[in-house]
Structure formats: C-alpha cells, structure tokens
Write a protein that binds this ligand. Structure first.
Ligand SMILES: N[C@@H](CCC(=O)N[C@@H](CS)C(=O)NCC(=O)O)C(=O)O
Length: 367
C-alpha cells in the first residue's frame, strides 16, 4: 500500500491531544496526509453532512474510502497498512524486543484511554479559566462537552446567553474540576514518578534503551504529559515539573522537537470539508471488505450478520452520537459499517474495545 496509497485525510483540531497522537505518528513515519480542520465544538457539517458520520469525537482518519474512528484503531491500521519501508521508517523496535514493545504499547494505550484512565484524570486538571470568559462561564463549550458525558444542560436563556449558572452539571464546570483536582494531581504525579524512576533513571533519550529515535511506545507514553505541560496552571510548579522529574520533562521536550516537524518541513495541506469529502468519495477502498466472523460471541449474542442494519457508538464518552448503516465486517479488532453520505457510501471502522454495535431498534441504551 505504501507505494501508491489512497489519499489520507485527518479530521482534527490542533489543540486535541488525541489528534496529536496521529499527527506525530504520521510525521515520524513520513506518511503524507491532508488535514481537514474542525471546530472544537459541534456542529461539524464536514463530517455529519458531507460524509453522513454522526460520531462526534476527534480525530477521525480516512484512508481512501475507509474511515477510521478512535486513535487506538487508527494507529493499529496505520501500522498494518504502512509496513516499514525506506520511505516510511518503522516506529517499532527491531527484534529481539519487538514483541515486548508491541505488548507494552498496547497495554499503555489501554490503561491511559480506558474509562477512568489517565486521560480522564488529566482532563480534570484543566484550569477552569481555560473555559471561562472574564467574570463568566463559556456556556457553549461547557454545554458541548457535557453532551460528551450524556449530560443535557438546560438551554441558555436568550436574555443572558453567557450566564454561567446553568453549567454546574458539566464535568468541566469550575466546581467539578476543583473537586476532582486533588486526586487527579496525585495520579498524574505518580505516572511521571514511575517513568522517572524506571526508564528515565539512566539518562536514555527514549523509552526503549538504545533506540535511535522515538518509537510507538514513546507516543503512547508521552501525550498526556506533553498536553498538560503546555497548559498554564494545569501542573503545579514544584509538584510535577522539570525540577522534580528532570528526565521525564527533558524527554517530553525532546519528543516534541522530533515529532512536531514534518519531514522536509512542509506542512500537511489543509482541505475544506467539501473537497475532503469528494476526495474520499472518489477514492478506492484502502482495504478489502472484512467479513463478519460468524463464531464471534457478540455476533451470535446480538444476532448480527453481514448486511444487517445496525447502529454503532462508543460506550465511554460521546455515546449519544450513533452511526447507522449496514454491517459489513466484524473481526477481533474492529466493527465495519457502511454509512451512506450525500456522495455515496464510506466504510466506517471502529475498534471493538469501547464500541458497541446493535441491530437498529435494539440496544439503544448506553451499555
Ligand atoms: N478514544 C478516543 C477519544 C477521542 C476524544 O475523546 N477526543 C476528544 C478531543 S481531544 C474529543 O473528541 N472531544 C470532543 C470533541 O471534540 O467533540 C480516541 O482514542 O480517539
């Protein structure tokens, strides 16, 4: 695939720490892509109207007419579809430690992105002033993020559209953040301490000893700290900083310098939503159509099969936004649903972990 791959489009916004995981990967492996920049809150007509995709999280990556949801699946697919070559250098560790590297990368990804995992703790360290206009809340943003956790905030009143009083139920409201902060700080510090006293106790530049550059394990380990360290007020000085954890913070800086650069310095082209959608609609599929594994316990229990009309949604957050389409694939790693947009169909792939598929009309509840 690497020689003449179909076009890749990354739908994201640059402040998304999840999107960074993909941007860094594409940069480090020198994989060309275009980016379709998205607003930080809904609506996102480039996805919903142009492609017919209801999933509301960022990032989304298309490769040809295949659309991949969730960074866990996106990274796995890029690994699979772009095997190491001189033009796309490997981010894995050569044998004999190749399997250990793959195992640790997968475990780290599971731990950090899991419900109640380190990512959610990190989000609880965002300073409330990030979302607040002077003297007031920013209800649009808080309302949008409340939707992610299924919280329906009352509509803002037309007479005072910026009133902060109605956002107290949001997970990002100042009161909720203040209540969660102490425990979140302890967990983030423990994570930095773990890295400092293990891999970064001996002055190595990257997690894998002897590696000539960052590997996938560095991407999986670094993104939370890389995100928090650039948000003023997130990490308290003297508690989690470069004085307390010099090896870790030097690594985060070093990683940023290595991974933020595009090869040869050229930025990824920006495409508008309509252009991106016609690029996708006009492309070949990147993968052969997956089959539905008839022996899969979930397929059996839910009465699924190829051609069945289904809904598909994430179960951790953003779960009220469900995609509807035709089930075309189920295997150990993914669900694949064909979704109709105004320019034809795309195949939408979601990882098994953290996603659910149910026949239309059934299983509409969160779990
Ligand atoms: N498990 C997902 C989580 C993605 C996620 O939560 N992304 C955040 C942005 S950093 C998001 O979508 N926030 C709400 C939004 O932008 O609509 C992944 O790995 O891609």
């Amino acid at each position: 695939m690497a020689a003449a791959h179909p076009p890749i489009v990354l739908y994201h916004y640059p402040t998304s720490p999840f999107a960074k995981r993909i941007v860094w990967y594409l940069n480090l492996r020198q994989i060309p892509y275009s980016q379709c920049l998205q607003p930080v809150i809904l609506p996102r007509p480039d996805l919903k109207e142009e492609l017919g995709i209801s999933y509301r999280r960022i990032p989304i990556l298309s490769i040809g007419r295949d659309v991949y949801l969730d960074t866990r699946l996106i990274l796995a697919k890029l690994e699979q579809l772009f095997p190491p070559s001189p033009s796309h250098p490997s981010l894995t560790t050569p044998s004999p430690l190749q399997n250990e590297h793959a195992l640790l990368s997968a475990l780290l990804s599971r731990t950090i992105i899991a419900p109640n995992g380190l990512f959610l703790r990190a989000a609880q360290l965002l300073p409330p002033k990030l979302f607040a206009a002077p003297g007031n809340g920013t209800p649009q943003f808080l309302r949008d993020r409340a939707d992610l956790s299924g919280v329906n905030l009352p509509p803002s009143s037309p007479s005072s559209p910026n009133a902060a009083a109605d956002v107290s139920a949001s997970p990002l409201s100042p009161a909720t953040l203040a209540a969660r902060r102490p425990e979140a700080l302890v967990e983030i510090r423990a994570y930095a301490a773990l890295l400092e006293r293990t891999v970064f106790s001996d002055g190595r530049p990257w997690i894998v000893k002897g590696a000539g550059g960052p590997t996938l394990l560095d991407i999986e380990a670094v993104w939370i700290l890389h995100w928090l360290r650039q948000i003023p007020g997130a990490l308290p000085a003297g508690y989690v900083d470069s004085r307390v954890f010099p090896g870790v913070f030097a690594w985060v800086e070093r990683f940023g310098r290595a991974a933020e650069q595009r090869p040869a310095g050229e930025a990824a082209a920006v495409v508008q939503g309509a252009e991106a959608a016609s690029l996708i609609a006009g492309s070949a599929f990147a993968e052969a159509e997956a089959g539905v594994d008839a022996a899969d316990p979930v397929v059996l229990a839910e009465g699924l099969g190829k051609g069945v009309q289904v809904r598909m949604w994430p179960t951790d957050w953003g779960f009220t936004h469900k995609d509807t389409g035709t089930l075309v694939g189920v295997d150990d790693a993914q669900f694949v649903v064909e979704v109709k947009g105004k320019r034809g169909t795309v195949r939408v792939h979601a990882p098994r972990r953290g996603f659910k598929v149910a026949k239309v009309g059934e299983g509409e509840s969160r779990l």
